[in-house]
Write a protein that binds this ligand. Sequence first.
Ligand code: GAP
Length: 443
Amino acid sequence: MPETVMDKLVSLAKRRGFVFQSSEIYGGLGSVWDYGPLGVELKKNIKERWWRSMVHEREDIEGLDAAILMHPKVWEASGHIAGFTDPLVDCKQCKNRFRADDPRIKGTPGQPDAQCPVCGTKGSLTVARQFNLMFKTFMGPVEEAAAVVYLRPETAQGIYVNYLNVLQSSRQKIPFGIAQIGKAFRNEITPGNFIFRTREFEQMEMQFFVKPGTEGEWFEFWRGERMKWLQGLGIRAEKLRWHQHGKDELAHYAKDAYDIEYEFPFGWHEFEGIHNRSDFDLSNHQRQSGKKLEYLDPATNERFLPYVVETSAGADRTALVVLCDAYREEEVEGEKRVVLQIKPSLAPLKAAVFPLVNKDGMPELARRIYDDLRGAFNVFYDDGGSIGRRYRRQDEAGTPFGITVDGQSTQDQTVTVRDRDTLKQDRVAAGQLAAYLKEKLAG
Ligand code: GAP
C-alpha cells in the first residue's frame, strides 16, 4: 500500500521526537501516545497561547486546575453515567468491536443481512448495546461498588462544581468565565488516526457564565473569538469550517453546538466545539448536591442560575491540526525536502546553531552564541554531518531559523541566519541575534 500523508507524519513524529506510541517496547497500548522532546514543546506552546488569550488577556476569565478524580455523584448529575455512551456491536465470528454507526457496516446490526466490515460474515453482528465511555477505578483499598470513582471524561465538570468558589474568591460578576487545561479520559470504542482520537487526552475548556436570555449573543461572541484564535495559530483559513450540530448530533447537555472542523488528510473532522449548555449542568448539580448554586445579581438583587456557553478544544487534536497544516514536501535545488512550516512562535525549537566546520574557532563561537541564546529561547546545537543535512533535520523539526558560524564569523563576529520557509540568508551581528529572533518570533 502506498504511504499516506498520515503514515509519513506519524513516522516523522517518531523520528524527530514529537510523538511516540505509549509503552512501545511492550507492543504499545492502544490509542495512547507519549510526547517526546519536540512534541511536549509544541503542545506546551499551544496551551500557553490559549491560556494567555483566555485568562491573562481577559479581565472576565479566571483560571482553575481541578482534580481529575471527582465525587461519583458529579457524573450522575452531569448525565455522564446515564448518557455518555456509544452504541457498540460485536462480531461473533472475528470478535472485532465496532460503533453501531460505523459507516463500513452494511445492514442493521443484529439482523441476518448485516455484514461484518472486517471478516465479511453475514449475520454475525450482535444487536447494538450502549457502552459507557468513562474509565472506572476504585478509591481506597476495597474494590467494591461504593468505592467506584471515574477518570473525568471532560474537564468542564470541575469548573461547574467550583463556580461559586471562583466567583466569590475572585470577586467576579456575571458575565464571567473559568478556564482550565487538563487531562480527560474516554474509553473510545474506535479510537485512531494517531493523536486524533485517543483514550487519554488534554482539553482546553472555558465555561462562560451568563445571565439567562443573553446566552445567544455570548454564543456568537465566543464563536467569533475562537475562530480568530485558531487563525492566529497560522492555520490556513480554507482548511477550517463550521459545522452546526443537528438535533440527532447534540450531546446530552447541549441546546446548540457548533464544531470547528479542519480538513485532515483523512477528511473534515471536529477539533473544537462551542456549546450552549444552558443551565443543564448547574441545575443538575444544584438538585443532586442540595446546595444552592444561584447567583445574586448585586445590581438588581435578582437571583438566577446562570446559563453556560462553553468553548472546548483538545490540545492534542489542535497539535495534530498544527502538524498536518505545517507538513510540506518540497523540491529544493533538485532535492526533496520535508519541512514543517509551523508558525515560528509555536515551533518547538526557535533556532539551531551550527559551526560550519569543527575547527578554526568556529565551534567555540557557535557554543558561545548557543549559550547566550539559551536563556531566552529554546535553541539547539548541532555540529554533526554536512551543513545541508543539519538544515534538513531542522526543517523536519519545524525550526524556523538556522544560525551558521562560518569563516567570516570568527573575523567579524557576524553569522548567517537561514529562514526555514524562504531559505533566504541574512548576515546578522552575533550580538544582535537575540533582538533579531525576538522580532521574528512575535505574533
Ligand atoms: N466539555 C465538552 C466536551 O468535552 P467534546 O466535543 O466531547 O466536548 C471537546 O470534546 C474536544 O475535546 C474535541 O473537540 C476534541 O478536540 C477533544 N476530544 C474529545 N475526545 C477526544 C479523544 N478521544 N481524543 C482526543 N481528543 C478528544
